[in-house]
Design a protein around this ligand. Structure first.
Ligand code: SAH
Ligand code: SF4
Ligand code: F3S
Length: 465
């Protein structure tokens, strides 16, 4: 499995891997050993497209050497490019999209019997989604942390974004099913859950609407706050994260649920996109810079020690120097703990891609991008430095890549810590460390004490014969 793109795609890959294992396959330890290669793709920016086609080019020789090798292309780029994938790369055996992930094993079998298949569905069928639970068939990459997709698709229409076109309209998964899955995961020893959706704040509104249309006397409202409380209350779940909320839809009930539910971590990803009201309106984001900052302040006032991260796009069509100056100002005022910054990339079929005469000169964009990074990195460093001397609660994910004697983990603010430990600590260990130093990318520290050892059971792969 090779995965591109966001966490939702990574989780889809776990589910595809789970289905293939249930079908009798085993994970290969390298490309050379693989009989089946699945590329789960992304198309959010143009370089994601380019990366995939370059990778497919590399696989051509592999297929020529081993004609039995099956190559499948799944995910968002497959949903967008459909037949084009096989037109550009005849050696691909199966193309499937975002609405038929559950068909992975069947499609590979069909292609083996009858030749190449391109199967792209137009929409997710609710029943297919519900009959494909996260906890049962996923081959999780981590024993102690799990992802749960709580909704698929997106009903917003941000002018730059291709996600609604490739992921379809927003559909929430059933509330009780999600809570039962969290309980099931906890029984397997999972202690951390990340709730995934494109606009998690509106989770459940469609479910309530459907009940109302069926004649029930319910108020049509989002149920994300309730979901946070219920998942956070599951015995054994120590940390709950979520991504992404939309600033226009973040309400006080969600902040209250965060602060009142111990398991929900003090971290909020809050995508700004631009600090200019004019650009925000062109993007159809549904908030102003002032409103955005008000919500950031409200969130920080409600949740002690909250870390706030963001996404910002530089060079949206028509962005002027004044617009960009406003982005710098808002970014400075928001004092982000972290930020993903992107150069605008036109995506076929999106509204902004048609504003060709207003595309910003790439040299200007490069310059603005560098100036934005200066502001962002200043606040990241300050936020990190402010933690020196404190004792932090850390969940360990393993030894540091650079130094196997040093352990790495994350705090409840999602900050990466490398810390010295006199004993090796297994992934999932809960420990405290005192912070002794800080930089741009991480904090440094020393182990104070181990609070809890992981209890997850090692999975024994079961292969049906
Ligand atoms: N649903 C999430 C966004 C998912 S895409 C949300 O609304 O927050 C992740 C990020 O990619 C977006 O927040 C945006 O900053 C960036 N992005 C999306 N489309 C882009 C494009 N065409 N060019 C550059 N960046 C883009
Ligand atoms: Fe894209 Fe906007 Fe939906 Fe996020 S909220 S996935 S940026 S359309
Ligand atoms: Fe990419 Fe699809 Fe995620 S386009 S960012 S993999 S929703």
């Amino acid at each position: 499995m090779r995965t591109y793109g966001c966490q939702m795609n990574e989780h889809d890959s776990e589910r595809i891997a789970g289905l293939l294992e249930a079908d009798g396959m085993e994970a290969a330890s390298s490309m050379d050993e693989a009989d089946v290669i699945v590329l789960n793709t992304c198309c959010i920016r143009e370089n994601a497209d380019n990366k995939l086609y370059a990778h497919l080019g590399d696989l051509k020789a592999r297929k020529a050497d081993n004609p039995d090798l099956q190559i499948a292309v799944a995910g968002c780029l497959a949903q967008k490019d459909r037949d084009l994938i096989r037109e550009k790369a005849r050696h691909v055996d199966v193309v499937f999209g975002t609405h038929n992930v559950h068909r992975a094993a069947d499609l590979l079998a069909e292609a083996r019997a009858r030749g190449p298949i391109v199967e792209i569905l137009e929409e997710t069928v609710r029943e297919d989604m519900e009959s494909f639970p996260t906890s049962l068939q996923a081959r999780r990459e981590s024993d102690y942390a799990a992802w749960m997709t709580i909704q698929v698709g997106c009903d917003n229409n941000c002018a730059f974004c291709i996600v609604p076109a490739v992921r379809g309209p927003e559909i929430s998964r059933n509330f009780d099913t999600l809570v039962a899955e969290a309980e099931d995961l906890a029984r397997q020893g999972v202690t951390e859950i990340t709730l995934l959706g494109q606009n998690v704040n509106s989770y459940g509104r469609d479910l309530q609407l459907a009940r109302r249309q069926a004649g029930e006397d319910v108020r049509v409202r989002p149920m994300f706050a309730d979901l946070l409380r219920s998942v956070g209350a599951v015995d054994g779940i120590r940390r709950v994260w979520y991504t992404s909320p939309h600033p226009k839809d973040l309400r006080e009930d969600v902040l209250a649920a965060m602060v009142e539910t111990n398991a929900v971590c003090e971290q909020l990803h809050f995508p700004l996109q631009s600090g200019s009201d004019r650009v925000l309106a062109l993007m159809h984001r549904g908030y102003t810079a002032e409103r955005f900052l008000e919500k950031v302040h409200m969130a920080r006032a409600t949740i002690p020690d909250l870390a706030v991260s963001t996404d910002i796009i530089v060079g949206f069509p028509g962005e002027t120097e004044d617009d960009f100056a406003a982005t710098l100002e808002v970014a400075a005022a928001a004092e982000f703990d972290n930020a993903f910054t992107f150069v605008y990339s036109p995506r076929p079929g999106t509204e902004a891609a048609q504003m060709v005469d207003q595309f910003v000169d790439p040299e200007l964009v490069k310059d603005r991008f560098a100036r934005l990074r200066v502001v962002i990195e200043r606040s990241i460093r300050q936020k990190h430095a402010a933690r020196v001397g404190r004792t932090e609660e850390i969940v360990v994910f393993g030894p540091s890549k650079r130094d196997p004697e040093v352990m790495s983990g994350r705090t409840r603010q999602h900050k990466l810590v490398h810390f010295a430990s006199d004993q090796p600590l297994k992934p999932g260990t809960l420990a405290t460390a005192v912070i002794t130093g800080s930089g741009m990318q991480y904090l440094k520290g020393d182990l104070v004490e181990v609070l809890a050892r992981p209890t997850h059971k090692k999975r024994i792969p079961v292969v049906s014969v």
